[in-house]
Design a protein around this ligand. Structure first.
Ligand code: ADP
Ligand code: MG
Length: 413
């Protein structure tokens, strides 16, 4: 199967079924679905609907009672368990790290199991810690209890990626962290996935998370029945039925801001200065720019404080306390919804965009976001009008009754 460094593998579920002893109904009932190599598919649905059971049958943490799972065409029931561990990474909520093992030992679990050399393992651990944004020197010898929740989750993801599996299964991996941390982890995963192109099956009960991460989203109802399996756009604009509408919830137009990234809109420049610049130079820069605010960057060129002219006058040499601190930044991978939130939280009317090391790259402003919201609402309005016209057409008297019923049913589906 896939060589090290290769991207994802396809996954096919065929009539996949799970009956737990003592349960009158199957918990997963006849699920058939195709997941393409390199895509991220998110299972979303209410608690108890069978998401975890379905996921765990893919890597046989749970044995199915019927049906089939194929990874790159190969039936997993015939696959050697060691090979299966190598092909399929697995990350869960609350990271599932072993408390008595160091970060490095946790990450290297599967590579050790499949007999990698010490040298290869050492360099892989280092590479993975870099990949998930943790400094190897600082973290490799720590124990899980010496890490924050966010860091534990990162290590959990690194462990799942350790043997470079083409398939990654993630069961509510960000469920137990606060919203800000979750945003960071989600952005991290999006960035990782752009580089790695694994096949990811991700489980969540949070629809917003689903549309943020998924190339396609499977909305599941009881017994893992697929209510709708489509792109986030299609689900938001054409939910298949009332159940899906319920899962989508209110504010579908605003939720579509989750589908656009900062990289999709115009990032503009704003006047900047660094903490080492002489005050007079900053003054001149501000005057020349024709705006009333300048963004002060720290010694690593990270956004630091917003300064207005008055702030500069009062500063008297030291800029470390002048103006207002930058409270929010976004990366190019952030969604426009996150950007909007950041703009609304920060009173500057715009949010700095930063690169991988937090360095300043530009700003996204309120106007840009307003235009995008306006376009989305306008598109919705046009779709609604089209629907209305389609409906009216089917209701004109010359349309035979049998056609009316058919077309009407279609517009609702
Ligand atoms: P989800 O991940 O969507 O919350 P699960 O896959 O964990 O749902 O569970 C699906 C259904 O299967 C639930 O009704 C649950 O009670 C049942 N179930 C899960 N695990 C077991 C088990 N080990 N024994 C019996 N029933 C189980
Ligand atoms: Mg679950």
């Amino acid at each position: 199967m896939a060589e090290s460094g290769a991207s994802g593998a396809s996954i096919e579920l065929e009539n996949l079924t799970k009956r737990y002893p003592g349960n009158p109904h199957p918990s997963v009932d006849n699920v058939t679905m195709e997941i393409k190599a390199g895509e991220t598919v998110v299972f979303v649905g209410p608690s108890g609907c069978g998401k975890s059971t379905t996921l765990k049958m893919i890597n046989r943490l749970i044995e199915s009672s019927g049906g089939r799972v194929r990874i790159n065409g190969e039936d997993v029931t015939h696959m050697d368990p060691v090979k299966l561990r190598r092909e399929v990474g697995y990350a869960i909520q609350s990271s599932g790290l072993f408390p008595h093992m160091t970060v490095a030992q946790n990450i290297s679990l599967v590579p050790r199991m499949i007999g990698w050399s010490k040298a290869r393992i050492r360099s892989r651990v280092e590479e993975l810690l870099h990949l998930v944004g943790l400094d190897p020197g600082e973290f490799h010898g720590r124990h899980p209890r010496q890490l924050s929740r966010d860091q534990q989750q990162r290590v959990g993801v690194a462990r799942a990626l350790a043997a470079d599996p083409p398939v990654l299964l993630m069961d509510e991996p960000f469920g137990a962290v606060d919203p800000v941390t979750r945003d960071h982890l989600q952005e991290g995963l999006i960035r990782l996935q752009r580089e790695l192109r694994k096949t990811i099956v991700f489980v969540t009960d949070d629809f917003d998370e689903a549309i943020k991460l998924g190339d396609r989203v499977a909305v599941l109802r009881e017994r893992s029945h697929i209510a709708q399996f489509d792109t986030p756009e299609a689900i938001l604009t054409h939910p298949a039925d009332d159940f899906v509408s319920g899962v989508v919830g209110a504010g579908a137009a605003l939720k579509r801001l989750n589908l656009s990234r900062v990289r999709d809109v115009e990032i503009t420049a704003c006047p900047t200065a660094t903490v080492d610049d002489p005050l007079q130079e900053i003054f001149n820069g501000l005057r020349a720019s024709g705006t009333n605010e300048i963004l002060l960057l720290d010694e690593h060129r990270r956004p630091y404080r917003w300064l207005r002219r008055g702030d500069l006058m009062r500063a008297r040499g030291s800029l470390t306390r002048a103006g207002t601190p930058v409270t929010a930044t976004v990366t190019r991978d952030a969604t426009l919804r996150d950007a909007l939130e950041a703009v609304l939280t920060d009173n500057a009317g715009r949010v700095p965009v930063t690169g991988r090391r937090g360095e300043y790259e530009g700003v996204v402003d309120m106007e840009t976001l307003k235009h995008r919201v306006h376009d989305l609402l306008e598109a919705d309005r046009l779709t609604a009008i089209e629907h209305q016209h389609a409906l009216e057409k089917t209701r004109t008297p010359q349309t035979p009754a049998w056609q009316e019923g058919g077309a009407g049913a279609e517009t609702r589906s």
